[in-house]
Design a protein around this ligand. Structure first.
Ligand code: GTP
Length: 622
């Protein structure tokens, strides 16, 4: 038996916990006091998989979990509520004071007072396990406890249980359901830690859930009870493979292996189907094909992003109910053949399918209609970049004025941590949206291309050699610098004396061309006429997909006026990549020959662009 321990942190984590345990109890035939409903219920004592989430203490079952909140109100409701006898009282841990929406209070001050007690309780639960598989942590990104205390907990879990799996279900902030102004800070500070310590984070966006409640379930004024019940159905589907062994189930380790191609890209986009109310259920078709198609519709997604703006790296679908495996295969093959779903080039067939015959359960009084089948998809998609961009933008607006930062500093946090966290998050936002200068550097120096390349933080350095003609080769010092605005000051360090710069824009993004112009203006100011400047319009391969936003003629005109070496290139296909570097190098050689400087060993310093900066260093062997 591979046990899982659930940790519910903060108000959101604990309230989602109520909904989940209510549903798990219904699914496993467990009554609110922990005893089994009856011997003839569908799940009986011989089914050992119940023990993944519940502990058998002889006369009843008790959830393998902890409720943790820094203040007591939410947990007092559990202590006095219908399920009070289900939970072990020691596993409901509350403090006296909340974190006041401040990550630093959850992490440094108030959180520190509670952490040892929490770790003790976790140790006790872990000691009861036969073979602990890992932890699921439920929390919000936006709350002080949900963000700060979760970070503290994750760091400690990774000391004590580094080999175990750490999965998170995290609530992404939505202004519609929350008025916490500091949520962007808390979200980014928490994600910064999660990037390192979590194996997989399933994000649930309250705004998407609000829309689902309003549009698909006709709920006039959705509240957290409606939203949490919906979330619990999704979580139930995702964990069904670990809780029921009756089909071709996927457990947590398999998720991770199949969904996370790179350790930091671990935020699968969650979708659920079917979602309809009891009134509508009489008119809806509920077959495998409709179910599967709905999973790829933006209305059924748990995060508000446009799926067609991204590409999939991997997709796991888990079906529930007595669906025939032949039907599933047929549907997935059709999905692949229709080519409506586009995968990244390096993972063209990334489907992982699981199913459990155990059907979804209707919660009495719930909003979702009772259905025979359901499905959840977990998709690692580059479309999620938009969600990160939204939150990063809000962070930048506040942080540019250092608004509210003093509250964090007064709790013991250093301001530098804001910068570090934000830089770390830049990589997630960048995704495919970068202009492609790092891809260009990779193609040029190693002849390789990676569909998903992490954005440059600071600067990267290469020393390739360029063969200009049979007699001349040039050793180049190439600096690939981060192009984001916040690094504007950084390239100044490299500017002293560069001989060339290559500025890169993305032909499918007009703003990137405007940014490129800005960089060129700045380069000219710093280096007057000395520097050879190249301008590369990257992603030329996307022209065939009608994605061009920057007109070549306009750029040619601009390049002529500004004496730039201009070429449209494709780092992906390797088109014009070496050529543009050679053209720049040739012009450097011409300038060198014209100057009085000796021909050997000359330095070409760094350069920059909207999202890139390179500097080079020449060895001219004639
Ligand atoms: N889906 C969902 N979101 C919730 C719930 N309760 C709060 N939230 C969201 O969670 C965020 C606030 O976090 P909370 O969990 O309330 O705060 P906390 O972690 O207890 O932290 P402090 O109150 O600062 O100690 C906001 O984005 C809320 O919209 C809930 O029951 N369900």
């Amino acid at each position: 038996m591979k046990e899982i321990i659930c940790l519910h942190v903060g108000q959101a984590g604990c309230q989602i916990g109520h909904a989940c345990w209510e549903l798990f109890c219904l699914e496993h035939g467990i009554q609110p006091d922990g005893t089994l409903l009856s011997l003839n219920c569908s799940i009986n004592k011989s089914d050992q998989s119940i023990l993944t989430f519940f502990e058998d203490i002889g006369y009843k079952y008790t959830p393998r979990m902890l409720y943790i909140d820094l203040e007591t109100t939410v947990l007092d409701e559990v202590r006095t509520g219908t399920y009070r006898q289900l939970f072990h009282p020691d596993r409901i841990i509350s403090g006296k004071e909340d974190a006041a929406s401040n990550y630093a209070r959850g992490y440094f001050t108030i959180g520190k007072e509670l952490i040892n007690h929490v770790l003790d309780q976790i140790r006790r639960i872990a000691n009861q396990c036969h073979s602990l598989q890992g932890f699921i942590i439920f929390h919000s990104f936006g709350g002080g406890t949900g963000s700060g205390f979760t970070s503290l907990l994750m760091e400690n879990l990774n000391i004590d249980y580094s080999k175990k799996t750490h999965i998170e279900f995290a609530i992404f902030p939505s202004p519609k359901l929350s008025t916490i102004i500091t949520e962007p800070y808390n979200t980014i500070l928490n994600t910064h830690i999660g990037l390192e310590y979590a194996d997989c984070v399933f994000i649930v966006d309250n705004e998407a859930l609000w829309d689902i409640c309003t549009n698909l379930l006709n709920i006039k004024q959705a509240n957290f009870i409606n939203i949490n019940r919906l979330i619990s159905q999704v979580i139930s589907n995702i964990t069904a493979g670990s809780r029921f062994k009756d089909g071709n189930t996927i457990d947590f380790i398999e998720f991770q292996t199949n969904l996370v191609p790179f350790p930091r890209i671990h935020f699968p986009l969650v979708s659920y189907a079917p979602i309809y109310s009891i009134e509508k259920s009489y008119h809806e078709q509920n077959d495998t094909q409709t179910l599967t198609q709905d999973l790829f519709h933006r209305n059924n997604q748990m995060v508000k992003v446009e799926p067609s703006r991204g590409k999939y790296m991997s997709i796991a679908i888990i079906y529930r109910g007595s669906i025939s495996p032949i039907d599933i295969n047929h549907t997935i093959n059709k999905l692949k053949n229709d080519r409506k779903i586009s995968f990244v080039d390096w993972c063209p067939n990334g489907f992982k399918i699981g199913y459990t015959t155990n059907p979804p359960i209707y919660v009495p009084g719930g909003d979702l209609a009772p259905v025979k089948y359901s499905a959840v998809s977990l998709a690692n998609s580059t479309a999620l970049v938009d969600a990160w961009a939204r939150i990063n933008y809000k962070f930048d607006l506040m942080y540019s004025k250092r608004a509210f930062v003093h509250w964090y500093i007064s709790e013991g946090m250093e301001e530098n941590e804001f910068n570090e966290a934000r830089e770390n998050l830049a990589a997630l936002e960048q995704g495919e949206s970068g202009v492609g200068k790092s891809s260009l550097a990779l193609r040029f120096t190693k002849g390789q291309f990676q569909e998903f390349i992490e954005s440059t933080i600071g600067a990267a350095f290469f020393t390739p050699t360029l063969k200009i003609d049979q007699n001349t080769s040039l050793q180049v010092e190439l600096w690939d610098t981060a192009g984001q605005e916040r690094y504007h000051s950084l390239p100044q360090m490299y500017y002293r004396g560069p001989q060339a710069a290559l500025v890169v824009y993305d032909i499918t993004n007009f703003d990137s061309f405007l940014d490129a112009k800005k960089w060129i203006r700045e380069l000219r100011q710093i280096n007057t006429n000395e520097m050879v400047i190249g301008l590369a319009g990257n992603k030329a391969d996307l022209v065939t997909e009608n994605k061009r936003q920057v007109d070549t003629r306009e750029v040619v005109e601009y390049a002529d006026e500004n004496r730039l070496i201009f070429m449209e290139i494709s780092a992906k296909l390797g088109v014009n990549v070496t050529e543009i570097f050679i053209n720049i190098a040739k012009q450097i050689v011409v300038k060198q020959s014209a100057s009085t400087l000796p021909k050997s060993s000359k330095k070409i310093p760094p350069t920059k662009s909207k999202s890139s900066c390179f500097s080079s260093n020449t060895d001219n062997k004639s």
